[in-house]
Design a protein around this ligand. Structure first.
Ligand code: DCC
Length: 221
């Protein structure tokens, strides 16, 4: 997504290439992608490990107290480096799992093309819902984020999700490599009708979705 914001509309279905970036990306500011430094991916992975442990340990009280002190010390170290939206490498680095954003599932893109995207990754312990299955909300998060990339790849201006209908077909396992594919199926004016599927490596559909993405109007947030 970051490249679209930087360079404007790319070739694709419903192209309006050459048009003004501000006008056709709604009220989104023009972000210049912030490149991650050489160890940024390791930093994010370290935090993901911490998240996994935070939800899968039962700590003695003295360990909790020690952890609070250490985590606060780490936060105090980071605090002076706080920046505004668009100025952090988080979310801008497609070569990193989850584009380097701790919010996103740690997935990597295999294909980002006009006719659709494919991404691969795992749900981790942090994403556990119940009985070793992925939390349904994290599946929605994965789909929603991929929809943004589907719109970007298709060459359309930035769009927001009007609705996202998720069908949970099978229990989605943790720590198991899975694949997601999605595309724009149909365009009606500003309305982009998209579909995507989450599959295991045997090809079994674990979840699928249908979504309506609406291209933003000039100045629309
Ligand atoms: C660094 C990189 C950054 C890059 C960052 C890139 C960001 C990507 C975003 C990723 C996706 C997200 O998570 S977005 C976050 C979650 N979504 C949101 O917060 C969206 C909140 N909702 C809105 O802002 C608004 O409702 C919009 C923009 C979706 C639509 O509002 P609008 O622009 O006023 O459009 P409106 O006239 O209402 O509707 C246009 C047409 O769509 C239809 N329509 C509208 N909503 C629906 C609906 N739920 N179900 C059916 N149809 C609908 C209308 O009937 C109409 O059809 P007709 O009469 O024309 O036929």
């Amino acid at each position: 997504m970051s490249e679209s914001v930087q360079s404007g509309v790319r070739p694709g279905n419903g192209v309006r290439s050459g048009d003004d970036v501000h006008e056709h990306h709604g009220g989104f500011p023009v972000f210049t992608p912030v490149q991650a430094g050489p160890n940024y991916g390791e930093f994010v992975e370290s935090l993901r490990r911490l998240q996994d442990l935070a939800v899968s340990t039962h700590l003695p009280d003295d360990v909790v107290d020690d952890a609070i002190a250490r985590v606060n010390a780490l936060s105090d170290m980071l605090e002076p480096h706080r920046v505004s939206e668009g100025k952090s490498p988080a979310g801008f680095n497609r070569q990193l799992p989850g584009r380097g954003s701790l919010l996103l599932l740690p997935w990597l893109f295999e294909k980002v093309e006009v006719d659709g995207i494919r991404s691969r990754g795992v749900f981790r312990l942090f994403h556990r819902g119940g009985n070793s299955a992925a939390h349904g909300g994290t599946i929605g998060l994965l789909f929603d984020d991929m929809l943004g990339m589907i719109v970007y790849a298709s060459g359309h201006p930035i769009a927001r999700t009007a609705y996202l209908h998720v069908n949970y077909r099978q229990v989605t396992p943790l720590e198991t490599e899975l694949v997601l594919e999605g595309r724009v199926d149909r365009v009606e004016g500003r309305k982009l009708f998209c579909t995507a599927e989450l599959r295991d490596l045997d090809g079994t559909v674990l979840a699928d979705c249908e979504a309506l993405m609406i291209e933003l109007l000039p100045g629309q947030p």
